[in-house]
Design a protein around this ligand. Sequence first.
Ligand code: PA5
Length: 432
Amino acid sequence: MVKVDLTGCDSFVKKEQFEEYVKKALEAQKVLEEETGAGNDFLGWQHLPSVIGKEQLDDCLSVVNCWVGKQIDLVVVIGIGGSYLGAKAAIEALSHSFANHLSSHGPKVVFAGENLSEDYTAELIDLVQLRNAACVVISKSGTTTEPAVAFRLVKNLLEETYGKEEARERIVAITDKARGALKSLSNQEGYKTFVIEDNIGGRFSVLTPVGLVPIALAGFDIEAMVHGAQEAELVLSERSAANPAVQYAAMRNLLYDGGRKIELFASFNPKLQYLGEWFKQLFGESEGKDGKGIFPASVIFTTDLHSMGQYIQDGLRILFETVVTVENAQRSVTIPSDPQNLDGLNYLAGKHVEHCNRMAQLGTKMAHIDGGVPNLDIRIDKLDEYHLGQLFYFFEKVCGISAYVLGVNPFNQPGVEAYKKNMFKLLEKPGY
Ligand code: PA5
């Protein structure tokens, strides 16, 4: 199970204060689980892992089988926010770091509709034209502009290249069961469609087809991911001060109330860069409202110790860091000895690269604590589908509890509408 070690906060908070916040977190957990809090019509994610059946997983896998049959080598996944980041985070975490430069058996998954850059879009079109392509379009509302623009272009391209009939078999839509332009378009065009249930918000949807279909298409084991999440659902529903989700939620609120307004998600594993992006969206969109909320940021170490390291060590003392550690590397590389030792590195000869990484992590933790940055340590055994499933569910649960301790509704995002209204007006959308 996900492990949480809060000893890196010992010099910043008092035991009694922490116990008080654990009580608050336990109350918030009760409200969340008994579905009596704000936004309680968006709690479908809570029992999602235990209710997903084999039939639903098989349905996701049917897309993989169909497209393997067509020898599809490129899948464009179109979506933004919660309709994008979970799949992106999982695929980046589980893929070979240089997958784009290696040949592979299955299709490559690329993402679109998460920006409005014309150059990005033109380059996407270049790629789709070169490859045997298919597309998964994801939008719960079915009306979001960025994915709608990308989908119109990719749909046209597929229809021009393969004809309307064949294009239909190369498009899968994941959307609301009744509302939105994407739903009506999909019905009309006869696309295979997956439903995003009403009671699951975008940023809590990674364990629905929103995440599972792209992750399966990238060749990963969605059954194992769901099993991991099931385990987390069970363990994290314990109403106990020892529950790691309760402990973490309690500590981040205590630190926030003590003036630590920024949470840095950090990892010494670059494969977790997009998990950091997913984390920022989950917490930022859930907590940042009503003039309140921890500002989530993310860094990858040791890379960012050479950019953000200075600020973290010495800048304004409003930070705490949450470090996500994968305890066991999957591969083994040792540093060779060199007879001349011109680089002076023979003191590391025979040592694993990961050993150096661990020592860098330990050294960083000590330095940051000394510099006034509380450290929250979150660990998983290894980076595979099962543990990633646990981690996704863990952060979702923490987010629900934490936001209730903070006193906000975690399941709405009214602030996101402001830019849209201005943009629509500037684009002269009818009605604005
Ligand atoms: O978490 C959320 O609800 C949002 O980030 C949405 O996922 C995002 O705005 C995309 O919305 P939609 O799936 O309706 O296109």
